[in-house]
Design a binder for this molecule. Structure first.
Ligand SMILES: NC(=O)c1ccc[n+]([C@@H]2O[C@H](COP(=O)([O-])OP(=O)(O)OC[C@H]3O[C@@H](n4cnc5c(N)ncnc54)[C@H](OP(=O)(O)O)[C@@H]3O)[C@@H](O)[C@H]2O)c1
Length: 286
């Protein structure tokens, strides 16, 4: 049985990775247990535990904050990734590193595949791309996995909430919501992504992967689906991202095709609406 260490184990994705890897010997590390920007901390933690696989979900990913705290964004997303790559390489450990659809600029207007050229639009995206390059350069046993629009039951620690819960909360406070209709993405369930990661690490086919739920929608369509499934009746108005005047540039189209998973015959990611239905089923049962 492979032994895994999950970094960021109390985070939104990390919590579901812990569950998905529960049948393996999975050890969770929170920020109290490891500081990925400090190579001595990384070396200490991983030399003690001696895992076969490390899954890194840690990131500095509050997108507007990254524009202000640029050094911190690069420290965590780039230097942290480099430290993990160096230490796992020296100890012969496989490294799963989570990245983002935001590495693309959106101009393609068709699903991005792993061989498409990134062109980040923000500090967050550039720091994540730097992390990808450093992992690829320093770890010969890496899986870099890009995903999109994550939501899960554990609170996203960097943002304090997720889009589903934000919409539900706002629907209790307002009579009408305005939601961006010209940013197209694939909302992705952290449960589905975590289960997909478990399949990826079995392959030993190291490299770059796209892993999102299938299909695509705008944030507006996502919001409509949330209210439909939750049985909430509220007026939702579509607005353009220009009207919304967000402080940071985001790709208007960041749909990923899971081509590498498909070519290995292991694309198990359901359609995005299925992820949302599953989210509400679990929410109701808890
Ligand atoms: N959320 C999205 O929509 C989205 C979309 C695409 C890709 N991603 C990527 O998916 C990954 C997981 O996101 P998430 O939403 O699960 O994040 P999250 O809930 O914020 O969890 C991140 C975890 O990493 C820990 N951490 C942060 N900085 C650390 C450091 N320097 N050293 C050690 N641990 C540290 C956090 O602990 P503390 O909170 O205690 O610091 C937390 O446990 C990230 O790589 C992100 O870039 C996210």
């Amino acid at each position: 049985m492979a032994k895994s260490v999950i970094i960021g184990s109390n985070g939104q994705l990390g919590s579901d990775v812990m569950k998905a890897f529960a049948n393996e010997e999975a050890v969770g590390l929170t920020h109290d247990d490891i500081e990925i920007t400090d190579i001595d901390s990384v070396r200490r933690a991983l030399s003690d535990l001696k895992p076969d696989i490390v899954v890194n979900t840690a990131a500095y990913h509050n997108v507007p904050k990254c524009e202000i705290e640029i050094e911190q964004a690069f420290r965590v997303n780039a230097l942290g990734a480099l430290n993990l790559a160096k230490v796992t390489e020296s100890l012969g450990i496989d490294l799963v590193h989570i990245s983002t659809d935001y590495v693309f600029d959106g101009n393609k207007r068709a699903p991005y595949v792993e061989t498409d050229l990134p062109n980040p639009l923000s500090v967050y995206a550039a720091s994540k791309l730097a992390g990808e390059h450093l992992v690829a350069a320093y770890s010969s046993r890496h899986y870099i996995v890009r995903s999109s629009g994550l939501y899960g039951h554990a609170t996203c620690r960097a943002k304090g909430t997720n889009f589903v819960e934000t919409m539900l909360k706002l629907s209790k406070q307002k009579d009408e919501l305005r939601v961006v209709n010209d940013e197209i993405l694939t909302p992705t369930s952290t449960v589905h992504l975590a289960e997909q990661l478990r399949e990826v690490v079995k392959t030993k086919a190291y490299g770059l992967y796209h892993a999102t739920n299938n299909g695509s929608c705008s944030w507006y369509e996502f919001a409509k689906a949330i209210f439909e499934i939750a049985g909430v009746s509220i007026k939702v108005a579509p607005v353009s991202s220009a009207e919304y005047a967000a402080p940071v540039k985001r790709p208007l189209y960041s749909v990923l095709q899971n081509r590498a998973l498909q070519s290995l015959g292991i694309d198990n990611m359901p359609e995005w609406r299925e992820g949302l239905h599953h989210y509400f089923q679990v929410k109701i049962n808890n």
